[in-house]
Design a protein around this ligand. Structure first.
Ligand SMILES: [Zn+2]
Length: 304
């Protein structure tokens, strides 16, 4: 299952056994007490080791302290308030696809540093080590309830799911394969937008993917997860025949602060959230993670 370090909402993790006051509570004490403190310190240390990190998770929405194993079983959705924790591409693969059917394509494509952008190579290396991925998207063929599909899944934990040349190329190739093999296409998006380290080359991926999709004649289901924003939303993510979003997902082009400054008006409650966008017609469905696989299957039954 998903590892604590794979989740961007890392701030929500509670470390059991540590205390913000430890080390200071016996300040200015006699020798006896110092000895006692040392003993206590040892006991505290051993207690800490008994309880592994990340056993408990704090819900970012309702603040409830949840047993990690319990929410993992619940597909990283808070049982109290239905908050959908951010998850990685590997878990989406498990949730959506028939087990063992995913055959990855284009995993040999590697991101270069065409603009010689400061620290980009280092950042890429770190992201690769952290996520065990080559880029923030995986693509290939798989099955859903026995039906062949072409699928791309983005991963926010790899440089914020930002779209550079390789992401655009992988999406384009997946679209072409769907076309050539007459397969429906499913793309799970999670992105902060175009990758600044590749400048205009990243922006050009918007036109490239949109043009490729324009020629696609098989059904395309776009799944928007938290967050799907900027250049990715403004290209392939919003061009699905059916657009699904997870509950509470942040979906938008520019950030709310920029919009507020530009239009000089207060923004309505829930602005840019999945439910708000459903109400205003930008997306077609808001679907809970546990129903995602069945919903995609039902839609494909109707569309194919
Ligand atoms: Zn909650």
């Amino acid at each position: 299952m998903v590892d604590a370090s794979d989740l961007k909402s890392g701030g929500g993790f509670l470390r059991v056994g540590s205390s913000p006051t430890s080390g200071n509570e016996y300040f200015n004490i006699g020798e006896k007490m110092k000895w006692f403190q040392k003993r206590k310190g040892i006991e505290k240390e051993s207690k800490k080791r008994e309880i592994p990190d990340g056993v408990w998770v704090k819900c970012d929405s309702c603040g409830e302290i949840l047993y990690r194993k319990e929410i993992e079983k619940n597909l990283m959705v808070c049982p109290k308030c239905n908050y959908h924790f951010q998850i990685n591409s590997s878990l989406y693969k498990k949730i959506l696809l028939d087990e063992g059917t995913f055959e990855e394509e284009d995993d040999n494509l590697r991101t270069l540093d065409p603009l010689n952008f400061k620290n980009y190579k280092k950042k890429l290396k770190e992201a690769m080590t952290k996520t065990s991925l080559n880029e923030c998207i995986i693509s290939g063929q798989a099955k859903i309830y026995g039906r062949d599909i072409e699928i791309c899944i983005m991963d926010f934990s790899f440089i914020g799911g930002s779209m550079g040349s390789v992401v655009g190329e992988k999406v384009k190739r997946a679209i072409y394969r769907a076309s050539d093999l007459n397969l429906p296409l499913v793309i799970v998006s999670a992105s902060g937008g175009a990758r600044m380290h590749e400048g205009i080359l990243s922006l050009m991926q918007m036109a490239k993917t949109a043009t490729a999709l324009n020629k696609l004649e098989t059904p395309f289901i776009s799944i928007l997860t938290h967050p799907t924003t900027a250049g990715v939303l403004a290209s392939y993510a919003s061009l699905g025949d059916i657009i699904i979003a997870e509950p509470g997902a942040l979906i938008g082009f520019a950030g709310p602060r920029v919009i507020k400054q530009t239009i000089k008006k207060e923004l309505p409650e829930g602005f840019q959230r999945a439910e708000f966008l459903l109400e205003h017609g930008l997306i077609d469905l808001v679907v809970s993670r546990k129903d995602l696989r069945d919903t995609v299957n039902t839609l494909l039954m109707h569309l194919c």
